[in-house]
Design a protein around this ligand. Sequence first.
Ligand SMILES: [Fe+2]
Ligand SMILES: [Fe+2]
Length: 269
Amino acid sequence: MHNRTHLNQAGVNELLYQALETEQGGVKVYTTALQCAVNKDLTKEWKEYLQQTENHVRILQKVFERLDLDPEAQTPGRAIVRHIGGALVEAMELALRNGDRDKAQVVAAECVVLAETKDHQNWELIGELILNKVEGAEELRQAHEEVEDEEDEHLYHTAGWTRELWLHSLGLPALLPPPEEEKDVKTAIAAARAKQGRKKMLRAAGTHQRAKTSGRSKTAGNGRSRTRRQRTSKKRLSTRPSASKGTRTKQSGSRAPRTRRSQNKRLGV
Ligand SMILES: [Fe+2]
Ligand SMILES: [Fe+2]
């Protein structure tokens, strides 16, 4: 099936219904994820993604209007998307009830990645419809142009956050915010490069951490002023195995409940 003649119009409509449901569910996923967020950079990012997702709902509703599709119409596939979205919200609520906000934050990051994987794929498939000049391609093109870059960011940046938050929870060196964010990653290949480059970034960040603990916090250890990149790296290093005072270690043991500010400080923000 490589031409328009064999296009499955019911399948096209199904994709659009699922795309709308994914965005509507995404609003609920981000709203709940924000209740789990501790890191202030991540909170800021998810607030922005929530607003963008609300806008994606509006953009798709306009597409439905132009294509004369009923945005309330239900399909079995749409019901499954709604069910999965609801399950992600429930998972985060369960994590919140368990009372550990750091763990709930990691759960939320994973839930956002799961939701955004579907969202990202929907828009990729819509891109294929446009490339294949299906009926309604022009109505979809403008929507796709508005949304595409944001979807790349939602998925790749949050995947980076999830990896680094997990590493942090394991007591391993972590970069917060993740390199995907600093490098403004918008493609799968750029995400792979950012991931590959993280060891180098950790080494640079470690140099500054050592310089700081040895009382040479204003230089990179060689007497020269720090570059902007070096300053960023210092800020980003959240956890080292031989953590200094104020940084979480693997043997955190029992502690008094932390305030939001102290949690953020511990996460290196
Ligand atoms: Fe979206
Ligand atoms: Fe998204």
